[in-house]
Design a binder for this molecule. Sequence first.
Ligand code: SF4
Length: 224
Amino acid sequence: MPLKIHLTLKSSNQKTGEIPVSTSSADTCPPSCPLRRCGCYALSGPVFLHWRAVSEGRRGSDWGEFCSQVAALPEGQLWRHNQAGDLPGANGVIDKKLVCQLVEANRGRRGFTYTHYPMTKRNAAVVAHANEHGFTVNLSANNLTHADELADLDVGPVVTLVPEGSPSRTVTPAGRKVILCPAQDSVAISCASCGICARHHRGFVVAFKPHGTQRRQANSIAEA
Ligand code: SF4
């Protein structure tokens, strides 16, 4: 199945708020992601139904058309790439050419996303390039120790899973500040009003507690 991407111009996802939000077909998720088969919040609810339609090719466009849509967003627009899915790539290798195309399309906009790709030297260089050129790619960690490992690479900001019941502020084993995503504690906050994940140089790790029907599996990954 060829890569498919869908861009919703005004999301109805309560967590993101009414900003443009994209969804990438499930084959973009790298094989090494521990949430790929179970534990991912996007494997349930309305997001899953939409994601399945994109993954089966019933919704969405090709990468070129998607980049044209991004380039047509208003200057300064905050938008979230991938409420589900990951960066384009295959067999754990990020597709540099396609990501560079998106980085160009995003110029002047405030796009942000997350990646679970393994941070090999090659993947890390693509992520660093995106972050240096205004498209924020957060490295997704599975737990606080992993968050330190990813932060040590110094190629982009880091987000991490934390176990259910974690406090809203904590630190990693190496002493890095960790702040819980504020939308998890308040329905009044969404990405549209927060925008922390779009900040490349933010100086702290953003944490997410497991949510959705697969949270038990995600919790065991966060506790590992
Ligand atoms: S920290 Fe802010 S921008 Fe990041 S996911 Fe939570 S609400 Fe959205």
